[in-house]
Design a binder for this molecule. Structure first.
Ligand SMILES: *Cc1c(COP(=O)(O)O)cnc(C)c1O
Length: 349
């Protein structure tokens, strides 16, 4: 496709590495697991939003915006990366944060991503869970216009056809990387939330004629609700990109069995997965997205659901700054003794 039609900032550290998880794969005795390190995109501790923001913020500059407005949950990684890049571009930044996990833990409300948002000079407005964020965004944009500003609203997660271009491009990056390594990828798994990452990947693979199965592990919405959202976003993204690919509804697959009580609410399996990957690979996952997705991958491998795959790519979408919002939940002081042995035991070996 002709990328020159789409303005793009070059701010992410790309391509991100593709690495084997040797010890985790051996512990699980399943397929070889590879990790696509989008936690290393380089913007304010990394994450998947950097790829979307390269296109979104280039568009904001093109239309002459002076203020970026976006929404997210309290510990949004998208908001943190948007705050950093707004600072770099000299744009004002307003973050509307919805308190979707209610807790009075100071770490959750002020540390992790919130600490970084404020460090980057964001104005943060935290509102109660259940607030109509779309309406709040519209109202905020109107207020800014009335005050003489030129606001550019970015939807939650940077998920619209402009942002999703980042993952259309990323799919090609992965295919090129795998080709250079002589690696045949059987499946791709990743956490899915606001749909832009998955939509972009599905479109990007289809555009290259390489429809490797993609499975989004939901961190919030149930499968039946999320699959149509991803499919619609994929169609819109393909259209925006000027691609004539047809998106097969069968190519949009979501598993929502590992969400637990809801978005951003910890689960025992998430805690196990975050500890396991830390202790056998030295890699940080996060409590809201990659921890739950990895818990899903581990459970699925243990249940034999990937037995016919040789090589699986786990797309690490970032989020480690969120760990510092959940220290009470991990309670690491309690198992600081012999932690590695526990990780080995947890893997069932
Ligand atoms: C936003 C986010 C996701 C989900 O990406 P979507 O495009 O919103 O589906 C996954 N992981 C992390 C760490 C995120 O911040």
């Amino acid at each position: 496709m002709d990328w020159s039609r789409f303005p793009r900032l070059r701010v992410a550290h790309l391509p991100t590495p593709l690495e084997p998880l040797e010890r985790l794969s051996a512990l699980l005795r399943g397929p070889r697991i590879w990790i696509k390190r989008d936690d290393c995109t380089g913007v304010a501790t990394g994450g998947n939003k950097a790829r979307k923001l390269e296109f979104l913020l280039a568009d904001a500059l093109k239309v002459g915006a002076d203020t970026i407005v976006t929404t997210g949950a309290t510990q949004s990684n998208h908001v943190r990366q948007t705050a950093a890049l707004s600072a770099k571009l000299g744009l004002d930044f307003v973050a509307l944060l919805e308190r979707r996990r209610t807790t009075d833990e100071p770490s959750f409300n002020d540390n992790g991503n919130v600490f970084l948002d404020r460090l980057f000079g964001a104005s943060t407005r935290i509102v109660p869970g259940g607030t109509d964020m779309r309406e709040l965004m519209e109202r905020t944009v109107e207020e800014l216009r009335a005050a003489g500003r030129r606001p550019y609203p970015i939807p939650t997660g940077g998920s619209n056809p402009i942002g999703a271009l980042g993952y259309v491009e990323a799919a090609g990056e992965l295919l090129d990387q795998a080709a250079r390594m002589g690696l045949e990828i059987d499946e791709i798994l990743h956490p899915t939330g606001s749909a832009g990452t998955q939509a972009g990947l599905v479109v990007g693979l289809a555009a290259r004629g390489r429809p490797i199965p993609v499975l989004g592990l939901s961190v919030g919405k149930p499968r039946a609700e999320l699959e149509p959202i991803v499919l619609e976003m994929a169609k819109q993204t393909a259209e925006h990109a000027g691609l004539t690919v047809t998106i097969d509804p069968e190519a949009v697959r979501v598993d929502s069995d590992y969400v637990g009580g809801g978005y951003a609410l910890p689960t025992p399996d998430m805690i196990e997965a975050v500890k396991l990957v830390a202790r056998c690979e030295g890699i940080l996952l996060d409590p809201v997205y990659t921890g739950k997705a990895m818990a899903g991958l581990i459970a699925r491998i243990r249940a034999g659901r990937h037995a016919s795959s040789r090589n699986i790519v786990f797309w690490h979408t970032g989020g480690s700054a969120g760990l510092f919002a959940y220290p009470e939940v991990f309670d690491l002081a309690a198992d600081a003794e012999g932690g590695f042995r526990q990780a080995t035991l947890a893997a069932g070996s």
